[in-house]
Design a protein around this ligand. Structure first.
Ligand code: SF4
Length: 124
């Protein structure tokens, strides 16, 4: 019998793998080979830890929950063109300093460019 934390970790990995589609709680139980009581407990624990969110959904005539991961790992491509990567001022750039991210026009332009859905950070 897997340890409780192992099941939680596996559950989180499975939910993360489903991306924006999410997964029905009952399907998660099946993938974990857990019973409904353990499956509910695990998904509740992950929600309390703020790692997933649960949205109520009708499936096959019964109410259940669809689970979504709250934090998506970034793909490296989504941040490769951040201006800081090639900035000559990076050694002296710090919060509250003469050169700082809060005052940087290049960083501001880059952040604003992310509002274009084509360039928004992609989830793995
Ligand atoms: S925030 Fe601006 S100044 Fe600072 S490292 Fe990035 S690009 Fe350079």
């Amino acid at each position: 019998m897997p340890r409780r934390n192992d099941l939680e970790n596996r559950a989180l990995q499975i939910v993360m793998g489903k991306g924006s589609e999410g997964i029905l709680q009952s399907d998660l139980w099946r993938e974990l080979k857990a019973n409904s009581r353990d499956g509910s407990r695990i998904s509740l624990k992950l929600e309390v830890k703020n790692l997933i969110k649960r949205e109520k959904e009708m499936s096959n005539g019964r109410w259940t929950y669809r689970l979504f991961v709250k934090r998506h790992p970034l793909e490296i491509d989504s941040v490769l063109d951040i201006p800081c990567v090639t900035c000559p001022d990076i050694p002296k750039c710090e919060a509250g300093g003469e050169v700082s991210p809060a005052l940087c026009e290049n960083l501001t332009h880059w952040l604003l460019s992310l509002t274009d859905t084509e360039k928004s950070p992609k989830v793995a």
